[in-house]
Ligand binder design. Structure first.
Ligand SMILES: [Zn+2]
Length: 74
């Protein structure tokens, strides 16, 4: 038997796609259920903020592409 299965089941953040605990605010982007709960970016240094904004934007693009693929296949 492997023990890693008992780890907390994570869900994907709707905003940035990072694994987050269910029913918790995402510590990466500060969003929960489509609303910004914590302004995580404001606490970061400019350089880190840029990087994170870019990552979140890229993730959004990926999700959008997935959606359009689904539509096309129908
Ligand atoms: Zn997030």
């Amino acid at each position: 038997m492997h023990h890693f299965i008992r780890a907390v089941k994570l869900v994907k953040c709707e905003k940035c796609g990072k694994p987050v605990k269910p029913h918790s605010v995402c510590s990466y982007c500060g969003f929960f259920r489509g609303r910004e709960i914590i302004n995580v970016l404001a606490k970061l240094e400019k350089k880190e903020k840029k990087k994170r904004e870019k990552e979140i934007a890229e993730q959004k693009k990926v999700e959008e592409n997935k959606e359009s693929e689904k539509k096309e296949s129908k």
